[in-house]
Design a protein around this ligand. Structure first.
Ligand SMILES: NC(=O)c1ccc[n+]([C@@H]2O[C@H](COP(=O)([O-])OP(=O)(O)OC[C@H]3O[C@@H](n4cnc5c(N)ncnc54)[C@H](O)[C@@H]3O)[C@@H](O)[C@H]2O)c1
Length: 363
């Protein structure tokens, strides 16, 4: 059990949503790379909950992470959860039977991938290749690669909402290229190994997933805005806040990853996120300010110092077409933006409170 009721409720909801397919995990072994990150943590908690409450025979989980940004405490080791510190840009060998591989290792936050460009490329290129090499010698039921909506780059307006078959409008050498191109080559490797070695491949493209468990300091917009509003600081808005995004709440998305992982569909690529409320960043900032209600906080228009959020670099709009995921995976984006943001604010408040108490206890 997590210490947060908000997280525990989410994990119960995810488990209910995938109850009819979760038996596929009985007595299986899953290798999860990047498990100490934001999305990994929710997946691990879901595996743990399924083991304790639903599965007749538990599913074993082997988690790999090099902790470049992930946090060790995100992985609760147990009889069925083994954590191995490993950089997937190096070969990984194991004698265990592996039934599923999930590759969620990367540096998803622009702040971090800007700081660790080569490590980001390595996770997407060498890391994907190494995990696919492992997949070659195992009898996998599925290999799930976490790509990104960033493979679409800055989509032309006529391709929004964006379908999976859009080729993208992406720079191969701009400030975001280390991330975007590592995801694109990662996808190319997956489909090539899949074709040549008959490995079942699933690729998910998350669109701005947010929720409890995000690092509060990694610069992703939702955490950035909510922490600033709660702490009564300025909410930083790049590009006058006119760029849009859609936001997928983590519990809906996590059910989506499991649905892709356990799917027998021939289709390989799926958008996952929320298509309901495409919102300008200035309106998101106003929404957060209104929901937090801290009068000391206010919007501040700023220039980006890292260049990933500049005009012609930062995508203008982002909105998925989820038709394929809905029809083939039975994916549901159930959480509307206001409800999800309220939940997230509740969790950040808890988290900041716990940190304060921790500091007080130490003094
Ligand atoms: N959260 C989102 O909105 C979002 C959007 C698009 C794509 N994604 C993708 O989904 C996946 C998970 O996202 P997240 O938000 O949990 O990311 P995250 O950055 O929070 O976590 C990624 C984890 O991978 C680990 N890692 C990085 N390089 C590694 C390496 N070489 N070897 C082993 N571990 C390594 C990090 O330490 C971290 O624990 C990532 O591949 C990310 O690119 C996420």
């Amino acid at each position: 059990m997590d210490k947060s009721d908000i997280v525990n409720e989410d994990i119960r909801e995810i488990s209910c949503e995938i109850e009819d397919i979760s038996h596929n995990l009985e007595d299986k072994t899953v290798l999860l790379a990047g498990g100490a990150g934001f999305l990994g943590k929710y997946m691990i908690s879901t595996f743990d909950h399924l083991n304790k409450n639903l599965l007749k025979k538990p599913c074993n989980l082997i988690v790999l992470d090099n902790f470049i940004t992930g946090l060790r405490e995100n992985v609760p080791e147990s009889e069925n959860i083994t954590l191995i510190k490993h950089d997937i840009s190096e070969e990984f060998k194991t004698d265990e039977n592996i039934d599923y591989i999930i590759h969620a290792a990367s540096l998803a936050s622009p702040v971090f991938y800007n700081k660790f460009k080569l490590e980001t490329i390595n996770a997407g290129f060498l890391g994907t290749r190494n995990l696919l090499e492992l997949a070659k010698v195992k009898n996998l039921k599925n290999f799930l690669f976490f790509s990104s909506s960033e493979v679409y780059g800055n989509p032309l307006p006529e391709f929004i909402p964006t379908k999976e078959d859009y080729f993208g409008h992406v720079s191969c050498n701009g400030p975001r290229a280390c991330y975007d191109e590592s995801k694109r080559i990662g996808e190319t490797l997956c489909v090539s190994y899949g074709d040549i070695h008959d490995i079942p491949i699933k690729i998910v493209r998350p669109f701005n997933i947010y929720g409890p468990g995000m690092r509060l300091d990694d610069g992703r917009v939702m955490a950035n805005f909510v922490v600033a509003a709660i702490e009564g600081k300025k909410i930083p808005l790049y590009r006058r806040g006119n760029q849009t995004r859609t936001f997928g709440y983590v519990s809906d998305a996590t059910a989506g990853w499991f649905k892709a992982l356990l799917s027998n569909e021939k289709e390989r690529v799926f958008n996952i996120g929320n298509d309901d409320q495409e919102i300008k960043m200035k309106h998101l900032a106003e929404l957060v300010l209104g929901l937090v209600g801290n009068k000391s906080s206010a919007i501040e228009y700023v220039e980006d110092t890292t260049s990933v959020y500049r005009d012609n670099v930062d995508p203008d709009r982002r909105c998925p077409d989820l038709t394929k995921s809905r029809e083939l995976l039975n994916y549901k984006a159930k959480t509307n933006l206001v409800y999800g943001v309220k939940k997230f604010i509740g969790w950040v408040e808890e988290e900041l409170d716990n940190r304060r108490k921790g500091l007080e206890d130490k003094t």
